[in-house]
Write a protein that binds this ligand. Structure first.
Ligand code: NAP
Length: 216
């Protein structure tokens, strides 16, 4: 299968949480790490999130000029099987193009030629089939894809074995809460077969630590 190079980037607390217990965005990254994240977006052809991240955080998914001068804005990709992306979502603004990947029967129309909605195949859970999504992105010329979350999407990409690099920034804080989103949610492993990773690099970044992993 021809697919883009896939990088996951995520910021978590020391206890592995990526949002507040109310599932809302919370500042975990240091200023230095935010700069790195915007640089990663700038170097990517597309940045992808799941619909729950859009509904919870309403992110713009763009590159801020205050962090990267003369930014290159990546295509924004939303995995949204049931067509729930709100018409006023900030990720649909005109700063960049947006591609909403949905499933048959859930295609909605949005104002603006910068927004495209494409129907995809589904997997056994009724989600967008990750490999089919990657093929579509590849056909659109996406060579470097940045996956930002949330935990359900990251789980699916890791278990689909399509991840090349995984960057986890560990902020020096604890969030807690047994149902708070973590880096990899989904159904978790069955039995004792973990998803093995190797450490490529470890760096201090502001008050936290950045670990660069690659799946084995
Ligand atoms: N700290 C960070 O770096 C960071 C980054 C991003 C997000 N977050 C946090 O993550 C939380 C949201 O995470 P989440 O796990 O609830 O949701 P999510 O991963 O953002 O979205 C999951 C939803 O996307 C849709 N989807 C469609 N195809 C999919 C596929 N192949 N794989 C996975 N999902 C697919 C499904 O909804 P449908 O069935 O309706 O399509 C699914 O329920 C928020 O609290 C947000 O703040 C944190």
């Amino acid at each position: 299968m021809k697919r883009p190079h896939v990088t996951i980037n995520c910021a978590m607390s020391a206890d592995g949480k990526i949002a507040s217990p109310a599932r809302k965005q919370i500042r975990i990254s240091s200023e230095q790490d935010l700069q790195r994240m915007y640089q990663l977006r700038h170097e990517s052809d597309a940045v992808l999130v799941g619909i729950e991240t859009i509904l919870a955080d309403d992110p713009k998914l763009t590159v801020k000029e205050s962090y990267v001068p003369h930014p290159r804005q990546p295509l924004r990709v939303i995995l949204d099987s049931k067509g729930r992306t709100p018409v006023d979502a900030l990720a649909l603004n005109t700063v960049s193009k947006t591609l909403i990947l949905t499933t048959t029967g859930h295609k909605r129309t949005y104002d603006g030629s910068h927004i495209e909605v494409v129907e995809c195949e589904t997997d056994d859970e009724g989600f967008i089939d990750v490999r089919n999504a990657l093929e579509i992105l590849s056909r659109k010329g996406v060579q470097r894809l940045l996956v930002e979350g949330g935990g359900t999407v990251i789980w699916k990409f890791l278990t689909s074995r399509v991840v090349d690099d995984l960057y986890i920034y560990i902020g020096s804080c604890i969030i807690g809460g047994k149902d708070t989103p973590t880096v990899a949610d989904g159904e978790g492993i069955h039995g004792g077969e973990v998803i093995p990773l190797k450490i490529v690099d470890v760096k201090q970044g502001g008050s936290g630590v950045l670990i660069h992993y690659q799946p084995l």
